[in-house]
Design a protein around this ligand. Structure first.
Ligand code: RB5
Length: 147
C-alpha cells in the first residue's frame, strides 16, 4: 500500500519519525513535504496535495501532521472522497479504520509523542473496515458531498 505523508512546519519533525517507522516496517511511504520546520507554510496546501494523491491512487492512504492535527483534518475533509480522521490515541486510530474507513489520519506534533504516533499508525493500517451499518453511514456522508 502506498502511504503519502505531508506536514506543515509545525508537524515536520514528527512526520520524519513516522516516515522512518513506516519504511522500517516495510511500507512504501512517500514524503510530499514540507521538509523543514523553519519556513512557515499553510497547512491547507499540504492537505490538498496529499488528498489529491490519495484520490488518484486507488487504495493508497495519507498521513497529515500539523501542530494539532485539526487544521489538516478540516482541510482534507473538504475533498470529495476523503475521510480524514483527526486521531489522538490508539483507540481513535482503531475506530477511524473500523467504523469510519478513514483514508487519511491526521494528528498533531504539539500534542503527541512519537511512540503514540507510531502505535496509532500501526493500528490504523492493520484494522479492517467493519462495513455493514458503518458502510450505510459512509454512504450518507457521500450523499452530503453530492448534494
Ligand atoms: C501552525 O501554527 C498551526 O496552526 C497548524 O500547524 C495547525 O495546528 C492547525 O490546525
Amino acid at each position: 500500500m502506498d502511504i503519502y505523508l505531508g506536514s506543515d512546519h509545525a508537524g515536520v519533525l514528527l512526520k520524519k519519525k513516522v516516515l522512518s517507522h513506516l519504511r522500517e516496517s516495510g511500507h512504501k511511504a512517500i514524503d510530499l513535504g514540507v521538509f523543514d520546520e523553519v519556513n512557515k507554510v499553510d497547512y491547507p496546501d499540504i492537505a490538498r496535495e496529499v488528498g489529491e494523491k490519495v484520490l488518484e491512487n486507488n487504495g493508497s492512504r495519507g498521513v497529515l501532521v500539523c501542530g494539532t492535527g485539526i487544521g489538516m483534518s478540516i482541510a482534507a475533509n473538504k475533498m470529495k472522497g476523503i475521510r480524514a480522521a483527526c486521531v489522538h490515541d490508539v483507540t481513535t486510530a482503531e475506530m477511524a479504520a473500523k467504523h469510519n474507513n478513514a483514508n487519511i489520519i491526521t494528528f498533531g506534533e504539539r500534542v503527541l509523542g512519537e511512540q503514540v504516533a507510531r502505535d496509532m499508525i500501526d493500528v490504523w493500517l492493520k484494522t479492517p473496515f467493519e462495513g455493514g451499518r458503518h458502510e450505510d453511514r459512509l454512504n450518507k456522508i457521500s450523499n452530503i458531498e453530492n448534494d
